[in-house]
Design a binder for this molecule. Structure first.
Ligand code: AMP
Length: 501
């Protein structure tokens, strides 16, 4: 078996690795470090949890040990899709470069420019950045990329999802042709393949097994919920989630709970807090300081439940997460793999529970096709019964987001377009479902009758065939009558007059 000492790393780096407690390189490290140290381009197909961060930081530190940084010209560049991931890479640098004099700067959104500007002005060996922020600095003339000898692209598949590929291409073009590129992606989508064919030169390709499909330390379960009413879906999912948390008891020491939308992250977090659970939200719309505080709290155990969007939780390295809950089935099958990989890390046992509704069927099918097998179905916890239709239906409707938010360069993945699928696919009521109470159904029926009566009246007055148009969906206000001072007619006549005018 390969040992770190076989890998021709700088002795100072080897000491730091030993101090960190690592003895043997992981497969991606054993595969990527030797060609990287030879100056070759590397294409690493690996996801987080495989040790890939060290697989590029260790050779970079070794190679950068020779030479000095020049003002405003970083010698190496690491591009990450999210702030959290960039911050994590920076932490890794601090650990492994602690015995060297290398300097680094972190360019991420939500952190003030001033401090980072000063560092870059002085000259840094390693610049760790998100693509948008890097280009902002470049465009402000604060940065030159012509001194970049090593460029790392981390989590390229996520960059693709977030619409960052044009930025990445631009950054590639701003760096010297002679640079060395270390490129990492969990999957090789055609667009990623294209980029690597364009910008990498004869790369050493190292592919490591997918964590989730091979990990036997994660127990997966699927809880299929059929809401009694579509507008009760979110509420009943929250009830099921609480029941699951309760049934897991103390074995659920902490958990990341994933939602597909930022709005749902906020709602769920508030709801869990209301029910006495220690929960905090994390998503891209929150202040960076709050995100950092929440993550620190989750790491140190003062926050038990981290309610997260995919983007915010991407690549988070928190070793001891006992449970992952998918409050929503992810609409991209890959995200399922990333999400559940947050638990069962480093040989620990973990549980990944997913709540699905019939509206998720097609996403579920895609996930199971990717996993090459079904997620084991589980019975709802004992005693769980979704509450019956309540007066809260209008509130549930309010919870729907008003619109989609966009992030720089593309669609924000935590606000995916699947809303339409959710609302347009009818949720079949279970056989056992109670019919909606009469008092809620009746007014709606009455309204429809009124509309039909109004339409019939109009049709009678029209000389031709009824116009096909809005069908039953005529807004009420259109059917309202206009009264003028001269009018003394009965309400019946008013409606007839309306139809004529
Ligand atoms: P990453 O895939 O880079 O997110 O790393 C996942 C986790 O593995 C992190 O907690 C690393 O500190 C840890 N790790 C990295 N290299 C090794 C190694 N050689 N042996 C054991 N753990 C490691």
């Amino acid at each position: 078996m390969t040992k770190f000492s076989d890998l021709k790393l700088d002795p100072k780096v080897l000491t730091a690795i030993a101090d960190a407690g690592y003895e043997t390189p992981t497969p991606i490290q054993a595969g990527a470090i030797p060609p990287a140290l030879e100056g070759k381009d590397v294409l690493g197909i690996a996801q987080t949890g495989t040790g890939k961060t060290a697989s590029f930081t260790l050779p970079m530190i070794t190679m950068l040990a020779k030479g000095r940084a020049r003002a405003r010209m970083p010698r190496s560049l690491v591009l990450c899709p999210t702030r959290e991931l960039a911050a994590q890479v920076a932490e890794n640098f601090d650990i492994y470069a602690k015995n060297t004099k290398l300097t680094k700067a972190l360019l991420i959104g939500g952190v003030s420019f001033g401090e980072q500007d000063k560092l870059i002005d002085r000259g840094v060996d390693v610049l760790i950045a998100t693509p948008g922020r890097l280009l902002d600095h470049f465009e402000r003339g604060k940065l030159l990329l012509t001194g970049v000898q090593i460029m790392v692209v981390d989590e390229a598949d996520r960059m693709l999802d977030m619409g960052f590929i044009p930025d990445i291409e631009r950054i590639f073009q701003l760096t010297p042709f002679t640079r060395q590129t270390l490129f990492f992606s969990a999957t090789m989508a055609p667009e990623i393949e294209r980029i690597t064919n364009t910008f990498l030169h004869a790369p050493a390709r190292i592919e490591v097994a997918r964590q989730a499909t091979t990990s036997e330390t994660i127990e997966q379960r699927l809880y299929a919920l059929t809401p009694t009413r579509r507008d009760q879906s979110a509420k009943q999912k929250r009830e099921l989630l609480r029941a699951l948390i309760k049934s897991e008891g103390e074995s659920c020491t902490n958990a990341i709970i994933f939602c597909n939308r930022k709005t749902e992250v906020d709602i769920l977090s508030k709801s869990l807090k209301t029910h006495g659970l220690n929960a905090s939200p994390i998503h891209g719309d929150l202040e960076q300081s709050q995100r950092t505080r929440t993550l620190d709290g989750f790491r140190d155990g003062s926050v038990r439940f981290l309610i997260a969007s995919d983007v915010a939780a991407r690549g988070l390295d928190i070793p001891a997460v006992s449970h992952v809950f998918n409050f929503d089935v992810p609409s991209h099958a890959e995200d399922y793999v990333h999400r559940i990989g947050r638990t069962g890390r480093a040989g620990r046992k973990g549980k990944a529970f997913t709540i699905s509704t019939p509206a998720d069927d097609k996403y579920l099918a895609a996930i199971e096709a990717l996993l090459k097998g079904p997620i084991p179905r589980a019975e709802s916890p004992e005693g769980f019964a979704a509450s019956e239709v309540s007066q809260q239906a209008p509130r549930e409707r309010e919870e729907k987001p008003a619109g989609r938010s966009r992030s720089r360069g593309g669609r924000d993945r935590s606000e995916p377009s699947r809303d339409t699928a959710h609302v347009s696919e009818p949720v079949a009521a279970p056989k056992t479902a109670e019919p909606a109470p009469a008092q809620t159904a009746a007014p709606r029926e009455e309204r429809r009758d009124d509309r039909n009566r109004d339409r019939d009246r109009r049709d009678r007055r029209d000389n031709g065939a009824p116009v096909v148009g809005m069908g039953d969906h005529v807004p009420d206000f259109i059917l309202r009558s206009f009264r003028t001072a001269a009018q003394t007619s009965t309400p019946e006549d008013e409606a007839e007059g309306d139809a004529e005018s």
